[in-house]
Design a protein around this ligand. Structure first.
Ligand SMILES: Cc1ncc(COP(=O)(O)O)c(C=O)c1O
Length: 369
């Protein structure tokens, strides 16, 4: 991309081969869930090394189905980080349970594991740890806490398809993992989501719940549950299959651009760079920095836009948003100081395959100026 052109926050890298693959499906006339969805599920399961992958309509419906399939509902509490995209807390509320918010680390933007046990009550049924911006949270320690208190773990890996902790893929640690294929993710189908699990019975329920409760047994259709239509289409699936073949290349390139940001901003004392622990592989869904308290982040977004650079805030302090603040009336500055700081001072910089290191240098110098 030319530095004289506007550099948007994100442009999906859809190539001719992806378009050709989608065109072929469109010409086939098969426009709903079919063989291509099944092929994608098999390929994702093989890539991740998991028994079951279940494609769904997006990363919100996937979280909702996970809660439903695990039997979580009215009267239950579910622990979520205070800082994430709203979907993480919305699904808990929509299922009839209560989201219990826990503050994050301001260095990794992931849930602060030290605070989790204090948030557990006799009503707690599950934890939804988020791998924020594509960096694995301290998932192994979270699994230990969950085992101790007999809690289910739904990994919200919406941004973290391909991320690892100790070489193990995010989404494979808990009872179930959830991914999103929204256009800001490493590979995209426009809208799209995926659930993964090694639990065959849970997978059976999830498959039925996304498709009206249907199961085909001995060639006969049985509606053994009440379900939704949360299906992915075959043309979305084939778009993902096509990009999946270059996922490793995409992630490596994104890491190279992230390193260019680290180099370009290392001497900038007006912001804090993200921390990436040694044992974790980041997918860089977002390169998220935190501006110093004296910087007006919103004014900075406008100034950068005037210089031809698209940036945005990273995610929300969820309990601070209108619905939750009115319902639970939590003192967010006191209870979630790091989530509030990330929400008010966090800034996401452009990072995607259509950019090069020259663009990153340009963005760094504009930011520093
Ligand atoms: C952490 C997190 N969870 C859930 C979602 C919801 O995914 P989708 O937009 O595919 O519904 C997102 C979306 O970006 C997300 O960032």
């Amino acid at each position: 991309m030319n530095n004289n052109e506007f550099i948007p926050l994100m442009v999906p890298d859809i190539r001719q081969e992806d378009i050709d693959a989608v065109s072929a499906v469109l010409r086939s006339g098969m426009l709903v869930q079919g063989a291509k969805v099944a092929e994608l599920e098999a390929k994702v399961a093989e890539y991740i090394g998991i028994k079951n992958a279940i494609a769904v309509s997006n990363g919100t419906s996937s979280l909702y189905l996970a809660l439903l399939a695990l039997g979580i509902g009215k009267g239950d509490e579910v622990i979520v980080p205070a800082f994430s995209f709203m979907a993480t807390a919305n699904v808990v509320e929509l299922i009839g349970a209560k989201p219990v918010f826990v503050d994050i680390s301001i260095e990794t933007f992931n849930i602060d594991i030290i605070l989790i046990e204090k948030a557990i009550t006799r009503r707690t049924r599950a934890i939804i740890p988020v791998h924020e911006f594509g960096l694995a949270c301290d998932i192994k320690e979270i699994i230990c806490i969950a085992k101790k208190y007999n809690l289910k773990v739904i990994e919200d890996a919406a941004c973290a398809f391909g991320a690892t902790e100790d070489n193990q893929y995010t989404g494979t640690f808990g009872d179930v993992g959830s991914f999103s294929f929204h256009p800001r993710k490493a590979i995209t189908s426009g809208e799209g989501g995926m659930l993964i699990t090694n639990d065959d019975e849970l997978a059976r329920k999830l498959r039925a719940l996304r498709n009206h409760g249907i199961e085909i047994k001995d060639g006969k259709t049985e509606f053994f549950l009440t379900g939704f239509n949360f299906r992915m289409t075959d043309f979305q699936a084939v778009l993902l299959i096509s990009q999946l073949t270059r996922l490793n290349e995409i992630l490596e390139y994104k890491d190279k651009l992230a390193q260019a940001y680290f180099t370009g901003l290392q001497d900038c004392d007006k912001l804090k760079l993200p921390l990436v622990p040694q044992n974790k592989k980041h997918t860089w869904q977002s390169f998220h920095v935190v501006m110093n308290d004296d910087i007006d982040r919103d004014a900075l977004i406008i100034q950068l836009k005037e210089r031809g650079i698209g940036t945005n805030l990273g995610a929300q302090c969820m309990p601070f948003q209108k619905f939750f603040i009115e319902k639970y009336k939590l003192n967010c500055s006191k209870l979630f100081p790091n989530a509030m700081k990330a929400y008010l001072k966090g800034l996401v910089l452009p990072l995607y395959g259509l950019l090069d290191e020259n663009n990153i240098r340009y963005i760094c110098s504009a930011l520093k100026n």
